[in-house]
Design a protein around this ligand. Structure first.
Ligand code: SAH
Length: 347
């Protein structure tokens, strides 16, 4: 038997070419492309001739994630999915309802090798990268399951997107295709722990997506202690890359800062954070935005959440220094395990 093909990772042009080699006309490719993006299995592609459906079924590697477990919040309807993949491995996605539309938080790898000390996703290391079709497939399956359209994507689930660079770029090209999922780049955020070479490359692609940087500390010493990537690219190199990214794309960057009680959440830390960002972007006119995150307490770690007052004090200090700071809303508080914990508990 010939090797199965990951057809859902094909662009419409690639699909057209593959079908043309089998003597199929162009309009069939458009029909099939539409079906694939709805997550329709070949046998249900009703306007496709039976012989072609059979060929497709035979040739296609079925990479669409399947719902293995689903937790629905009674508070706000947030849905946390555990998806199983074609090789039996598992990932998580979270479906959130906001006034501006439904947002899906997707995973980019099975596990993660970045080793951030507070994060549950990295505890077992990285098993493999997700394929473009598995990135798309999380959206397709969530849309099928909820019966609702996903209009915003955040790449903040399990994995480091810039450690799976080529597949993530292919995914970004596919997801914006108006004949496919048609999700606008301005509605997509990509979060990185600071893979500087990836940020440099991404700037040259010039997608109008929002880049989020997981900063979490204001000195190299403090950052290296919680994020091993900082040994390779320190804060200075990271912020230089961010400035260059802004200058190339004119897209504002969002800085993520997880508050870890007694470690990075003092008023002095807040002032240092504001200084750091203002210096890094001086003269560019870039709006500075910090997204504060309350740490999700992970059993295997000793990072704890600070008091409501200390979080508010941190936020107010940043604002006083001229940096816009928002506190990330907690959705699905009743189904909340930190990212990666559902997958870990399913082992
Ligand atoms: N690898 C990417 C994207 C995945 S993590 C990145 O590092 O940005 C998405 C965000 O959640 C990051 O800002 C990450 O640092 C943060 N995060 C991870 N574990 C967390 C925890 N236990 N509590 C709060 N935020 C956490």
């Amino acid at each position: 038997m010939t090797e199965k093909k990951d057809i859902l990772s094909f662009s419409l042009d690639e699909l057209t070419e593959w079908l043309a080699d089998m003597g199929q006309p162009k309009f069939r490719a458009a029909q099939i492309y539409g079906w694939l993006n709805l997550g329709t299995p070949p046998e249900d592609m009703t306007n496709i001739p039976k012989a072609l459906r059979d060929t497709l079924k035979e040739a296609m590697l079925d990479t669409l994630p399947r719902v293995r477990k689903k937790l629905v919040s009674k508070i706000d309807g947030t849905v946390k999915y555990l998806f199983s993949l074609h090789d039996g491995s598992c990932i998580e996605s979270v479906f959130m309802r906001y006034k501006h539309g439904n947002t899906l938080c997707i995973s980019s790898q099975v596990g993660c090798r970045m080793g951030c000390k507070f994060c549950a996703s990295t505890i077992g290391g990285k098993l493999r990268d997700l394929l473009p079709s598995e990135l798309l497939g999380q959206i397709i399956t969530a849309q099928r399951d909820t019966g609702e359209r996903v209009s915003n994507i955040v790449m903040m689930g399990i994995g480091e997107p810039l450690d799976n660079y080529d597949n993530v770029i292919k995914f970004l090209r596919l997801v914006g295709d108006e004949r496919g999922l048609n999700i606008g780049y301005r509605h997509i955020s990509l979060s990185t722990c600071g893979v500087v070479e990836g940020i440099d490359k991404l700037a040259r692609e010039n997608f109008p997506i929002t880049l989020s940087i997981s900063l979490h500390a204001v000195t190299d010493e403090a950052r290296s202690a919680i994020m091993p990537i900082n040994h390779k690219w320190g804060i200075d190199a990271l912020l230089r890359a961010c400035r260059a990214y802004y200058e190339t794309t004119s897209r504002r960057i969002s800085f993520e800062y997880t508050l870890l009680s007694g470690k990075n959440d003092s008023e002095e830390d807040a002032r240092a954070l504001a200084r750091l960002l203002k210096n890094a972007f001086s003269g560019t006119g870039a709006p500075l935005h910090v997204n504060l995150i309350r740490v999700n307490e992970v059993e295997e770690t000793d990072f704890r959440r600070g008091s409501r007052e200390s979080i508010e004090r941190f936020r107010a200090t940043l604002e006083k220094e001229g940096v816009v700071a928002t506190l990330r809303r907690r959705l699905g508080a009743d189904i909340n395990g930190a990212c990666g914990q559902l997958r870990r508990s399913s082992k």
